[in-house]
Design a protein around this ligand. Structure first.
Ligand SMILES: [Fe+2]
Ligand SMILES: [Fe+2]
Length: 131
């Protein structure tokens, strides 16, 4: 399970709320897998991917609106995560018949949310605090 401690907060409500929703969704998926309930894994992961993409779009628009200088770099970072979405969706499809896929999916989701989403965003935390 993933828990968002205060050191992972951007102290910018709209984005922190999105991150919390994404963490909640990851935890819900992990909980289902651990309970052996993998039938709706595919739908839940598809929802998570859609939620993540909406968040990325919202975050990029916000960074543009505050004239964050490295917005293109961060947009590219988000775009590069499309491969990871493909992996997650693939693992989720296999999850009902494949324990290895379940384990890989859980790992992929946790690394994704902690490293690629939340830690990567800490780069602009100081900038946002000055806006
Ligand atoms: Fe974010
Ligand atoms: Fe981001």
């Amino acid at each position: 399970m993933v828990e968002l401690t205060s050191s992972f907060e951007l102290e910018f409500d709209a984005l922190d709320q999105d991150h919390q929703k994404m963490v909640d969704q990851v935890n819900a998926i992990i909980k289902k897998i651990d309970a052996g309930n993998t039938d709706d894994c595919k739908a839940l992961v598809a929802d998570f991917v859609a939620l993540s993409k909406r968040h990325f779009a919202r975050e990029e628009a916000l960074l543009v609106s505050v004239h964050y200088p490295d917005v293109e770099k961060h947009r590219k970072h988000h775009l590069d995560l499309n491969d990871k979405f493909d992996h997650m969706l693939e693992f989720a499809k296999m999850a009902p018949e494949n324990d290895m896929a379940c384990e890989s999916l859980k790992k992929e989701l946790v690394y994704f949310i902690m490293d690629d989403v939340i830690t990567a965003d800490l780069e602009f935390k100081d900038f946002l605090s000055q806006t």
